[in-house]
Design a protein around this ligand. Structure first.
Ligand SMILES: NC(=O)c1ccc[n+]([C@@H]2O[C@H](COP(=O)([O-])OP(=O)(O)OC[C@H]3O[C@@H](n4cnc5c(N)ncnc54)[C@H](OP(=O)(O)O)[C@@H]3O)[C@@H](O)[C@H]2O)c1
Length: 336
């Protein structure tokens, strides 16, 4: 059992230092294996991981139903320790298309009612809109979640990819536990404005894309074929010359990892862990093998010399390609 824990901001719960991001257990990164996904959630809980992150729009409820099944079939002692972190608000269509966001209070209550049912739980631990709805003041969306907190359906309020200005407005409305946002050795945009803001306000960070969606895991290869439904098939970082350049950065990291006798993924996760006690990396492991590798990062200590070597190998703006396709960039917190 890992004993590493961190607090989600000054008002949020105590959680395991690594959370399990379950998105890849639904077909957003290619094919999935349901039995292995559930075994991975169970192995994570067994290893002391308490935070399970999902979104109601990950394959239209599929991801929540998967977590619901994993919780139902887990030993009671582990199930009781599990905390659910749920995103809502992204609108889908029957063909898998995306059609904007809905943060109206009535929609928030509707999304929550369905999520509770699919997860099979009586409350959600951290509830957040995936992207701030530009048509609804953030105060209204957060206020609706605050009402769910009052009624006991939700324990804590989170944010996702919110701008510094929206973080301030949300925090003035109700206590905010954490902001979920992308952060990795090759994705450091939050250091400029977002991180100083969350630190000033006592808001924690749940960091996603810590491996840049597998790109800097050390396992991704140039010749890997990505299916049409795989997010990475459209991600600028995974295209042509950008991919070649970014995988060269991974080789520079591999030298550092080899010298320390650890893996590239462990270096990448340990680096995010090293950026502050207020940051909880979400690892997107979807097999027990990848989970075990991720958990190994908790035992990797990066000293000043290691951090300097990483900085030299991969300076802050070294990545080629933006972190989302152009059409999705305007929804991101770091772009305001
Ligand atoms: N708030 C938001 O906007 C937002 C956006 C995206 C994600 N998220 C959340 O954050 C979570 C993590 O994001 P992510 O899945 O993109 O993150 P990630 O950890 O950067 O990437 C996960 C991918 O890396 C590969 N990988 C290789 N080695 C690994 C290892 N040792 N451990 C884990 N993965 C390894 C896996 O692919 P293979 O299995 O093919 O090797 C996996 O699909 C998601 O599951 C989701 O819950 C939130």
């Amino acid at each position: 059992m890992t004993t590493h824990t961190r607090s989600l901001g000054s008002t949020g719960p105590q959680v395991s230092a690594l959370g399990l991001g379950c998105m890849g257990m639904s077909p957003l990164y290619g094919e999935v294996d349901r039995a292995e996904s559930i075994a991975t959630v169970h192995a994570a809980l067994d290893a002391g991981v308490t935070l399970l992150d999902t979104g109601d729009f990950y394959a239209m409820g599929h991801n929540e139903m998967l977590i619901g099944e994993a919780l139902r079939t887990a030993p009671a002692a582990l199930r009781e320790k599990a905390l659910t972190s749920v995103k809502f608000g992204a609108l889908r269509d029957p063909d898998g298309g995306w059609s904007g966001y809905d943060g109206r209070p009535a929609a928030v209550r509707n999304f929550a009612a369905y999520s509770l049912q699919r997860l099979g739980v009586d409350h959600i631990d951290v509830y957040r809109i995936a992207r701030v709805d530009p048509g609804v003041p953030i105060e209204e969306t957060v206020g609706a979640i605050a009402e769910l907190v009052e009624k006991g359906h939700v324990r804590h309020i989170g944010l996702s990819e919110a701008s510094a200005a929206n973080i301030r407005r949300a925090a003035a409305t109700a206590p905010i536990a954490d902001l979920q946002i992308e952060y990795a050795i090759i994705t450091r945009d939050i250091e400029r404005e977002i991180l100083p803001t969350t630190r000033e306000l006592g808001i924690g960070i749940t960091a996603y894309g810590v491996l840049s969606r597998g790109l800097i895991s050390g396992h991704f290869t140039r010749d890997r074929q990505l299916g049409a439904g795989d997010f990475r098939a459209l991600s600028p970082r995974f295209q042509g010359d950008n991919l070649r350049h970014n995988l060269d950065l991974v080789e520079a990291l591999r030298k550092i990892a080899d010298e320390k006798g650890v893996t590239v993924a462990q270096i990448a996760i340990a680096w995010v862990l090293s950026r502050g006690e207020d940051i909880v990396p979400l690892v997107g492991a979807r097999t027990r093998e990848r989970l075990a590798e991720s958990l190994g990062a908790l035992d990797v200590t990066l000293d000043a010399a290691d951090l300097a070597a990483i900085e030299e190998a991969v300076p802050a703006d070294a990545a080629a390609g933006t972190r989302y396709p152009a059409a999705q960039m305007s929804h991101l917190g770091t772009e305001h």
